[in-house]
Design a protein around this ligand. Structure first.
Ligand SMILES: [Zn+2]
Length: 254
């Protein structure tokens, strides 16, 4: 299991909840307890970003002074995607990306990290097909905008008014597809102590474990990138629980 991140992500880059000070530190602290290997993120190239976004959009992000940090997040996602073909990988990055469409963005997102990473894998011939699971509280409209009509990608934003239904929705979809890679938009804002109020910390472990199990069964790669998650008191343990599942470990938060 590898963790992709960078010191620059710790610095607030704008005034929104995803950029808030102190948001990523607890995640990194929790993940360090499990002894994963940390790899420093490298920025994505302009050409990689342009696989998912118009020149106009990239120029707008640049004018707002957000190109460097957004390109670094996208680059971290690309690294996670590449390494994820060999072993499960998680990218602790921000800004998040799933509300970034080809020519616009909102919801604390600027470049669509997961879409850029998936297009990188596809266009470099490393994969033929992909499945994206987006378990953030919010619908990943940007990812659907960029990849929804591509034909080689299935995208699932699970629904369910109870925890049980939500987990069941993920399971049935995972076992209904046969992709070369399972990519995950991992947002933790649907936790019982976050905005959505639905899932427990152990549920995030279960989701990770389902992805691990299915990927292993298929011989598929798997990687995840951080999206939302805003309660700093629980974000770290939620990510840790998910990552333990994603790499097939036992659930253990001690
Ligand atoms: Zn969200």
């Amino acid at each position: 299991m590898k963790i992709i991140t960078h010191q620059d992500f710790l610095r607030p880059y704008t005034r929104d909840p995803a950029a808030a000070p102190g948001r990523l530190e607890p995640i990194l602290e929790e993940l360090k307890k499990d002894g994963y290997e940390f790899i420093e993120a490298l920025p994505a190239g302009w050409d990689d970003i342009a696989k998912a976004h118009t020149k106009d959009h990239i120029d707008r992000v640049t004018r707002h002074g957000l190109y460097a940090i957004s390109a670094l997040a996208a680059g971290g996602a690309i690294q996670a995607a590449e390494i994820g073909l060999t072993e499960p990988t998680f990218a602790v990055i921000r800004p998040p990306g799933h509300h970034a469409s080809s020519d616009s963005s909102w919801g604390f997102c600027f470049f669509n990290n997961i879409a850029i990473a998936i297009e990188f894998l596809k266009q470099s011939g490393r994969i033929q097909t992909a499945h994206i699971l987006d378990f953030d509280l919010h619908y990943g409209d940007g990812t659907v905008n960029i990849l929804g009509s591509k034909g080689y990608v299935t995208i699932h934003n699970p629904e369910g008014s109870t925890r049980e239904m939500y987990l069941k929705s993920i399971r049935s979809q995972l076992w209904n597809v046969t992709p070369d890679v399972i990519a995950v938009s991992a947002g933790f804002d649907n936790h019982v102590q976050d905005w959505g109020g639905l899932l427990t910390t152990e549920d995030y472990y279960e989701i990770g474990k389902m992805i691990f199990t299915r990927a292993k069964e298929l011989g598929a790669g798997t990687f995840a990138v951080l999206e939302g998650g805003y309660n700093h008191d629980v974000l770290g343990i939620n990510v840790r629980a998910f990552v333990q599942g994603l790499c097939g470990r036992d659930f253990n938060l001690r």
